[in-house]
Design a binder for this molecule. Structure first.
Ligand code: HEC
Ligand code: HEC
Length: 316
């Protein structure tokens, strides 16, 4: 080997080391398993898909969180038990155990709390009360037995909430191509997707969509740089403000996870935006105040397409 070869060889190694991502320093982390109780999750899995959890036996959690279609329901605003569209778009249930709070406005501080609210919500699942819910589920022998085996006592409301939440904690999608890349497999994603990730960071998307879930860990205003009316200007959803009453929380929402975004159109809290490209257009204009060339958007979309992982076999 002559000197030049040694030099280029050295330089080559240097370059490739430089281009390998160091997972510890990246603002997005690979999805890891969340510990959960399998016996409880097994009951939760049955309840999740059981329409008897709704007032008129017409809706289950799985009606609006369809697991083989990205964990949402593919409509702009979910249709509740009264047949009317609700105010909001259904987010995916996958990886939701990583979100710092639940729901678009963060009004549920745990998965249990979300279950507690949705089953007795008049507009969603329409059970009269938690006493009624417990009585109804306790009237089904299969559940009576299952709860007795796990908890050693008759069914309680908090245990129904807990088993469904435990099941949701099992719904994490691991080993996505992007996570493989973060873990050192350079060939796991295309060069365009790598460029897309670099652009996602350099344009500043990462300042809001970050962490394990590429979102789900902070609140931000929609329309940081200029006001935006997604739907009806006379019927604006004020988001977090409805919970806190704070002026600065007007139009503030939990930053959604982008892990499953390629499978969960339509977009935004009210489902008003049909395509991912349009959603990205709105983000660049209203959140960042930037003009972004089409090929950059395409690369960002290719990066986003590398984010969904798969259900671990034991959770299937
Ligand atoms: C009629 C459709 C519908 C049904 C039935 C339904 N959901 Fe949802 N789900 C939604 C909508 C819409 C939202 C967003 C509501 C909001 O943020 O105000 C949501 C939000 C959630 C979230 C929060 C996710 C996040 O990222 O913030 C979880 C978790 C969830 N649902 C789980 C469940 C479970 C468990 C059940 C059954 C007990 C259930 N849902 C029943 C439509 C539905
Ligand atoms: C200042 C914070 C912020 C920045 C920067 C930001 N976003 Fe968002 N993003 C949000 C918030 C908040 C929402 C939810 C808004 C709503 O539903 O009203 C959102 C929603 C989205 C959605 C729709 C997700 C869904 O499931 O409905 C996509 C896609 C998205 N952002 C991509 C991007 C991309 C790509 C960039 C960079 C070009 C970016 N965002 C920059 C805060 C931000």
């Amino acid at each position: 080997m002559n000197r030049l070869n040694i030099l280029t060889c050295f330089f080559g190694v240097f370059l490739s080391i430089n281009s390998v991502v160091a997972v510890a320093e990246e603002p997005i982390k690979p999805v890891t398993i969340i510990p959960y109780d399998r016996d409880k999750a097994a009951i939760g899995k049955l309840l999740f898909a059981d329409v008897r959890l709704s007032g008129n036996d017409s809706l289950s959690c799985a009606s609006c969180h369809i697991l083989d279609q990205g964990g949402d329901d593919n409509v702009a605003r979910s249709i509740g038990i009264n047949g009317k569209p609700s105010k909001r778009n259904s987010p995916t249930v996958f990886n939701t155990g990583f979100n710092f709070l639940q729901l678009w406005d963060g009004r549920a501080d745990s998965l249990e709390q979300q279950v507690k609210g949705v089953i007795t919500s008049k507009a969603v699942m329409g059970m009269e009360s938690w006493d009624d819910t417990v009585e109804k589920i306790a009237g089904i022998e299969q559940y009576n037995q299952a709860f007795q085996e796990v908890y050693g006592k008759p069914i309680e409301a908090k245990h129904i909430q807990e088993v469904i939440a435990e099941y949701e904690r099992s719904l994490v999608l691991v080993n996505s191509p992007f996570d493989q890349y973060l873990n050192g497999d350079e060939s796991a994603i295309s060069d365009t997707a790598k460029t897309g990730y670099a652009l996602f960071k350099s344009y500043g998307c990462i300042s809001c969509h970050q962490g394990v879930n590429v979102g789900g860990n902070m609140f931000q205003k929609i329309g940081v740089l200029k006001d935006i009316n997604l739907r009806d200007p006379n019927d604006v959803d004020l988001g977090r403000h409805n919970i806190t009453g704070n002026e600065w929380d007007k139009r503030v929402f939990k930053v959604p996870s982008l892990r499953l975004v390629v499978q969960t159109a339509p977009y935004f809290h009210d489902g008003s935006v049909k395509t991912l490209r349009d959603a990205i257009d709105i983000m660049t204009e209203y959140q960042l105040g930037r003009k972004v060339p089409d090929e950059h958007k395409t690369a960002i979309m290719e990066f986003l397409a590398t984010l969904p992982g798969e259900l671990p076999t034991e959770a299937k």
